[in-house]
Design a protein around this ligand. Structure first.
Ligand code: HSE
Length: 406
């Protein structure tokens, strides 16, 4: 029997305990060992929980118990979770986590500590909730040179954008539903502002391209600027608006990474990834394009990935799984404003200003055509150019929305 401890009994932590209990038989078979939840660390008590007898409040009990071989960290954040992860690894325990903030910001360091102790630090649940993506990148696709990865990486914002498209419901109401359903982060600005997706695309870029990408250094745009007019104009172009995290290689071994709303064509792989679902597209030079699709948030889908990592850690007690990346170097990350793309623009400036900046363009919308649109509103798509070039061309214009077109 292998004893484990769960740190944090919130949505994901309680899901992990429940899945281990519920699927005890098949998990024991798959791990070739019984997995026992010996402790659950939380600051709260849960007197009505079937796991009430395992709740403890002092981390050092876990740290000092040699019977605990694996620690599941589902606290979240990069402060106390960092300290406990470090201490657990130093105490000779493998760690499994769903914590994207910690992996994105301190992953390199924690993997190094794990390596020194011949331990595992596994984080399949940190990206895409229940979707297998970390293991495919680090195992199944290793014959490829990977040149691009992009996807819908945040369930909460995808749920909000989908409902804006399907029922035109008010933003606040949809967000409340997402929180009630357990999709949103404790602080939903991490979802809405694109920070959660940024952590995830950085982890994917770390793994795909081999060097650390700091979420603090990439461009991040959330969905708060997306309006119902944008949704309508995108529809006229045969597109949907989706929040994408994207990273790709540029000539000379450099990469770019960013998070932003995009117009994506209805025929593209990701356009039917709706609701809380996530979809991740990887491009490799031997494989071509491959998409991973599934539930990107929520208690049980995330627990599914965490528990699979626990099983993997049990099966690799004395054999490290190779996972990791190098530190970044100057010039490696190129600002997303310096790479070329087409842009969707919604503007309150008139035809003379649009013509002076862009010449002849096909307009998607004219003033007065769409009820609810701001006064004198036009929308169009530009030729391919960098964000900085666009900034210069539109310096004197009133820009209401500006999104990339994939
Ligand atoms: N808040 C996240 C989301 C949870 O909505 O995708 C999963 O990481």
């Amino acid at each position: 029997m292998v004893n484990i401890a769960i740190l944090g009994f919130g949505t994901v932590g309680s899901g992990v305990a429940e899945v281990i209990e519920e699927n005890r038989q098949s998990i024991t078979h798959n791990a070739a060992e019984e997995i026992n939840v010996k402790y659950i660390l939380d600051i709260r008590d849960f007197p009505d929980s079937p796991f009430a007898d395992r709740i403890i409040h002092d981390f050092s009990v876990i740290e000092k118990d040699p019977d605990v071989k694996i620690v599941v960290e589902t606290i979240g954040g990069a402060k106390i979770a960092y300290e406990y992860t470090r201490r657990a690894l130093m105490a000779g325990k493998s760690v499994v986590t769903s914590n994207k903030e910690l992996v994105a910001t301190r992953g390199h360091e924690l993997i190094e500590i794990a390596k020194q102790g011949n331990l595992n630090y596994l984080f399949e649940a940190s990206v895409g909730g229940g979707i297998p993506i970390i293991r495919p990148i680090t195992q199944c696709l290793t014959a490829n040179e990977l040149d691009e990865i992009y996807g819908i990486l945040n369930g909460t914002t995808n749920y909000i954008l989908t409902r804006m498209i399907t029922d035109g419901a008010p933003f606040e109401e949809i967000l409340r539903d997402a929180q009630r359903l357990g999709y949103a982060e404790a602080d939903p600005t991490a979802d809405v502002g694109g920070f959660d997706a940024a952590r995830k695309i950085c982890i994917l870029a770390d793994l795909c391209f081999g060097k650390s990408v700091d979420p603090e250094k990439i461009r991040i745009e959330g969905i708060s600027g997306v309006t119902l007019e944008d949704v309508e104009y995108a529809r006229r172009l045969g597109c949907k608006i989706k929040l994408l995290g994207r990273a790709y290689r540029l000539p000379g071994g450099r990469i770019t990474a960013y998070v932003a709303p995009h117009l994506i064509h209805k025929q593209s792989l990701l356009s039917n990834v709706d609701g809380v679902m996530n979809g991740i597209v990887v491009h490799g030079n031997a494989l071509g394009e491959c998409m991973f699709y599934g539930a990107g948030a929520g208690k049980r889908p995330t627990a599914s990935a965490v528990v699979a990592d626990v099983i993997d850690a049990v099966k690799h007690m004395k054999a490290r799984k190779y996972l990791g990346w190098d530190e970044s170097e100057p010039g490696y990350l190129v600002d997303a404003e310096d790479v070329v793309t087409r842009w969707y623009i919604r503007t309150g400036s008139g035809l003379a200003a649009i013509g002076a900046a862009f010449g002849d363009l096909r307009l998607i919308s004219f003033p007065g055509e769409y009820p609810g649109a701001g006064p004198g509103e036009y929308a169009f798509v530009t030729p391919a150019m960098t964000g900085r070039e666009l900034e210069k061309l539109t310096a004197g214009m009133e820009i209401r929305s500006r999104f990339r077109v994939l």
